[in-house]
Design a protein around this ligand. Structure first.
Ligand SMILES: Cc1cc2nc3c(=O)[nH]c(=O)nc-3n(C[C@H](O)[C@H](O)[C@H](O)COP(=O)(O)OP(=O)(O)OC[C@H]3O[C@@H](n4cnc5c(N)ncnc54)[C@H](O)[C@@H]3O)c2cc1C
Length: 412
């Protein structure tokens, strides 16, 4: 079995990598100061969307940006004090959003997302899968149908990939959501998508399986990775660990762990929020995302979750609880009958690359250093396939998909 592989980060990316490594016969130890899942994996919207493939950056966004920023209830906010620091990332993001780049990115996202449900089942086994995942499809709503070159590309690729997407009539929408406002006029059902009824629960279940199969958890914070005599010395808040193989899966914090080694990965925090509403009184036939408002509604075990919004304020920026109010504002606009107040609010940081592809693979000239992070808005979808990919690369097996598009070397 050899030395354990050290996995830094116990969110969905680290847990998926660790469980896949176990299934490939390797021992694992996870280092994280928080109990799993402590980061974005705890409170996300729970959508698991194998049929999703559109990158975040799209043509025409630059035109929409000033309007979004002026609107205090808009889907995007940037802390003015942070704009200069984020500029290099935004430059790469705009470049990725050109139509010529988008098609290739969409294909690479789809290759990674399509096996999401199969990979969750492989990691969890059928019983836990059935307890936490609902294969009911996902609805996309809007006040108007999407238009423009990105929407055309999306329609073209849906046909090319052969995805089951049904247009919803106004009557269909009102059957699914009897109390929804009349402003919502457009809807589609993506039949291949699914959701989890508890992001925290499904990830904790994964952590328990890893533990039960002999995995270790060190409740420590990694301070530095030091190459030492062909191994890695991991200096943490309270201990030293040595390993031949280390997987960095520390979400939005990954890039700062790598910077002292001279490894530069453009990774930004896109902060998001959720509100939880117990006994909302709303009939939500299927979980949905409202595109224009940038929020999703997911019925969960402990209430209705309304999650979304994007805020750029840096990893160390203070949360702005008014963004959670913004989610509530949109919830009430969509459902005027909603009178309940949220019983809790939460914030987390999406680890986001400019091209929307995660970073999966080994680092050139740094033997034993493996990266698995940058899943942005799609970690619950893409992390299990990413975990399998990094495990196969690490043990030297033939990989189930082509790893090239996700390689860290693309940022050289
Ligand atoms: C509001 C919101 C809604 C979302 N909705 C969805 C959705 O519906 N569907 C979907 O697929 N995705 C969604 N996402 C995205 C998804 O949650 C993330 O992509 C995913 O959780 C990232 O997982 P991760 O393991 O990379 O990072 P995280 O979950 O953030 O985990 C990183 C872990 O690394 C640990 N760590 C950090 N630094 C160190 C260190 N120095 N030493 C040791 N450990 C360290 C942290 O404590 C943390 O536990 C959403 C995100 C947000 C914020």
């Amino acid at each position: 079995m050899g030395n354990p592989v050290l996995v830094i980060g116990g969110g969905v990316a680290g847990l998926s990598a660790a469980r896949s490594l176990q299934l490939a016969g390797r021992r694992v130890a996870i280092i994280d100061p928080l109990p799993s899942p402590g980061g974005a994996s705890f409170g996300n919207g729970g959508f698991i969307s194998p049929d999703s493939f559109m990158p975040g950056a799209q043509p025409g966004m630059l035109r929409k940006l000033p309007g979004w920023l002026r609107d205090p209830m808009g889907p995007l906010a940037i802390d003015p004090r942070y704009i200069l620091r984020a500029l290099p990332w935004f430059f790469l993001w705009l470049r990725a959003g050109r139509l010529t780049h988008m098609t290739a990115l969409a294909h690479s996202l789809y290759a990674l997302h399509a096996p999401a449900l199969t990979e969750w089942k492989r990691l969890l086994g059928p019983d836990l899968y059935g307890r936490f995942i609902r294969e009911e499809g996902e609805v996309i709503l809007g006040d108007t149908p999407p238009s423009g070159s990105a929407a055309d590309l999306e329609r073209h690729l849906i046909a090319q990939f052969g995805l089951e997407v049904d247009a919803l009539s106004s009557a269909d929408i009102r059957r699914l959501y009897p109390q929804i406002s009349n402003v919502v006029k457009f809807g589609v059902l993506k039949k291949g998508n699914a959701h989890t009824v508890s992001p925290a629960g499904i990830n904790s279940a994964l952590a328990d399986m890893i533990l039960a199969d002999g995995g270790q958890f060190h409740r420590e914070s990694v301070l530095k990775l030091i190459p030492e005599n062909g191994q890695w010395l991991i200096l943490t808040s309270t201990a030293n660990h040595r390993a031949c193989d280390v997987v960095v899966a520390a979400g939005v914090w990954s890039a700062q762990l790598l910077a002292p080694l001279g490894i530069k990965i453009p990774l930004e925090s896109q902060r998001g929020y959720h509100v939880m509403i117990k006994n909302s009184g709303l009939e939500i036939g299927l979980p949905f995302i409202h595109r224009g408002r940038g929020i999703g509604f997911t019925p969960m075990l402990d209430g209705l979750r309304v999650a979304g919004t994007v805020e750029f304020s840096g990893i160390d920026g203070m949360p702005n609880e008014r963004r959670a109010d913004q989610a509530m504002f949109h919830a009430r606009q969509l459902f005027p009958a909603l009178t309940q107040s949220p019983h809790s609010i939460w914030t987390g940081q999406r680890p986001s690359t400019p091209d929307s592809l995660p970073v999966i693979g080994g680092v050139a000239n740094q033997p034993g250093l493996w990266l698995c992070f940058g899943h942005g808005t799609h970690g619950m979808t893409a992390a299990p396939p990413s975990g399998r990919l990094i495990a196969e690369l690490l043990v030297g097996e033939r990989t189930f998909i082509d790893p090239t598009p996700y390689s860290p070397s693309r940022f050289k």
